[in-house]
Design a protein around this ligand. Structure first.
Ligand code: MRU
Length: 360
């Protein structure tokens, strides 16, 4: 730890033959706006992948080396790497790992593609790189690295586009509510929803952020709060079920969230708990902004009903931190995502456009 703060100390690299950090630097102290810039969530090292292990945040900032497709699939399933854009990059790099291995590239790519069902970016990243297979391994790796580099550029662009939209609409220092983690740690270096807030912060136009803790895996409490602290943004954590009350009590000007998939009709799938925020935003007349790259838009899926919603293990709900909290035998329905109907979404911002809808 950095003394006097809860910001983790220098990066640790896990993985026997790793030569050292991707970006050898000590994270600066709380309040340094550059805190997360050079720390990539996921990166390519010539023949293997390195990720920030998000299961260890906020206590430890450690990088983990992934040398095989099995390593990568395990990291995706356990949410060591997570967030739709980062999953797109993981899919792309997974095909590069497969192509460099002695195994069947297509079979391994199919396993990466199936590791999580909801965020369309994962399949998108796999398919985009797989299309280069006929051109040889070098072309596959080059395409995967392009997907990674593009993620930074495109999310920075969408962040500024979203910040422009909010400033034009709200016209005063903005207080926002967000859910889950759609920050740098859900992408490569620049976030989507949290990227919009980061851009506002850099312009001196962000007053405060309310973040939901995001049950049951606490991406909001563990990761978003950590990123906001790193950016020096004043923020307040609330339990998920308090989100609508924060809105009803007039504490926020806008809700800004990311997305795991946007259907052709504009329905938005994001972390479970997003839909109640959209209902509350509509009820109380504040905008509900979705920030996501074009790779999250899935025109082949007609509506939210057709998007597969990941169901995760019951013990994520029936126990906490390894301690059982529900009586033995309690059934649990652990939806990881929900569907927000298009008519509740004020606007979707991508790197290319802002699509506005009828809501406030
Ligand atoms: O289960 P997770 O942590 O992968 O879910 C992540 C989310 O729902 C994010 O809000 C979404 O992927 C957008 S990330 C820019």
């Amino acid at each position: 730890m950095i003394p006097g703060s809860d910001i983790p100390g220098p990066l640790t690299i896990l993985g026997a033959d790793d030569p050292g950090p991707v970006h050898p630097r000590t994270p600066p102290a709380r309040g340094d706006p550059g805190h997360h810039g050079p720390v990539r969530t996921i990166d390519w090292r010539g023949d293997h992948v390195v990720i920030v292990d998000q299961t260890r945040l906020p206590h430890d900032l450690v990088h983990r080396a992934l040398h095989t497709v099995d390593d990568l699939v395990h990291a995706i399933k356990t949410l060591a790497v997570r967030g739709a854009p980062a999953l797109g990059v993981a899919g792309a790099l997974g095909v590069a790992l497969a192509a460099l291995s002695t195994g069947d590239t297509r079979e391994q790519a199919a396993r990466v593609r199936a590791a999580r069902p909801t965020a369309v970016n994962l399949a998108w990243g796999v398919d985009r790189v797989l299309a280069k297979l006929a051109d040889g391994t070098e072309a596959v790796v080059a395409e995967a690295v392009t997907v990674l580099e593009d993620d930074i550029r495109l999310n920075r662009a969408l962040a500024h586009r979203g910040a422009d939209w909010l400033q034009a609409r709200i016209g005063k220092p903005i207080t926002a509510h967000t859910h889950c983690n759609a920050g740098a740690l859900a992408c490569v270096e620049w976030g989507t929803a949290l990227g919009v807030l980061r851009a506002l912060n850099e312009r001196g136009a962000l007053a405060h952020v309310y973040a939901d803790e995001t049950r049951p895996l606490l991406q909001g409490a563990r990761i978003t709060a950590w990123e906001l602290a790193g950016m020096g943004v004043p923020h307040t954590l609330v339990v998920d079920s308090a989100g609508p009350s924060v809105i009803a009590n007039g504490l926020v000007d806008v809700v800004v969230v990311g997305a795991d998939r946007i259907a052709a009709n504009g329905d938005v799938v994001n972390k479970v708990g997003t839909y109640p925020l959209a209902l509350a935003a509509a009820r109380h007349g504040i905008p509900f902004l979705v920030a996501a790259p074009e790779s999250t838009v899935d025109l082949s899926t007609p509506s939210g009903d057709a998007i597969p919603i990941e169901l995760r293990a019951a013990d994520e709900i029936t126990s906490f931190n390894g301690t059982r909290t529900a009586p033995p035998g309690t059934a649990a329905l652990n939806y990881a995502f929900d569907v927000t109907p298009a008519d509740l979404v004020t606007a979707v911002v991508t790197e290319a456009r802002v699509v506005e809808r009828g809501a406030p």
